[in-house]
Design a protein. Structure first.
Length: 191
């Protein structure tokens, strides 16, 4: 739910709370009937009351439509497992985090890459079929040929996924977010 809808829902809830409190107070006769009836007649005779009622009516209609509206959500996941082979004797699954880690290491091995961040997405298509894609955010050195780095990285990742997991043509979307003079970032292994 958007921030605007939450704010409108807050206003509508407070107005509903005030109205139900007033009706409850009239029902248990906290205020004498002639006092609240005179006040009600006075309020209903004012033009501002009509404007406030129209605003709350429009807010109510907007929130009602927001409840029943449906946006096509992103069906991709970045956690879990991906089935690479399924048959009558079982299936083979690979953790998406393992694929992401492998692609991250492979990206850092390409000449000219200073830093890499990899996101993996598994989308479920209609009919139950799944597709896999990688988004690689790179920081490269000034000396690197960006198109060559992207081509080398894409070829290596696709070839490795084809060879080890029998995954054909996994799309690799490369974005170079920084050109740097810094040394390549070394990740230390913890044993």
């Amino acid at each position: 739910m958007s921030v605007i809808n939450r704010f409108l829902l807050l206003l509508l809830s407070l107005a509903g709370l005030a109205l139900s409190g007033a009706v409850l107070a009239a029902f248990v006769q906290i205020l004498p009937e002639n006092v609240w009836l005179k006040q009600l007649h006075y309020v209903l005779a004012q033009q501002e009351t009509l404007a406030v009622c129209m605003v709350f009516l429009l807010i109510s209609v907007k929130l009602l439509l927001a409840v029943f509206s449906r946006k096509p959500g992103d069906t991709s996941i970045s956690k879990g497992e991906y089935v690479i082979d399924a048959g009558p004797r079982g299936e083979v699954r690979v953790a998406l985090e393992a694929m992401r880690s492998l692609a991250d290491r492979m990206a850092r091995e390409v000449h000219g890459v200073r830093d890499a961040r990899v996101k993996i997405k598994a989308k479920t298509q209609k009919g139950g079929a799944a597709s896999l894609s990688l988004d690689v955010d790179l920081s490269v050195g000034r000396e690197a040929d960006v198109s060559q780095v992207a081509k080398t990285l894409t070829d290596r990742v696709q070839e490795h996924f084809r060879r080890t997991m029998a995954l054909e043509d996994v799309p690799v979307n490369v974005v170079v977010s920084e050109v740097s003079d810094a040394e390549p970032e070394k990740k230390h292994r913890v044993v």
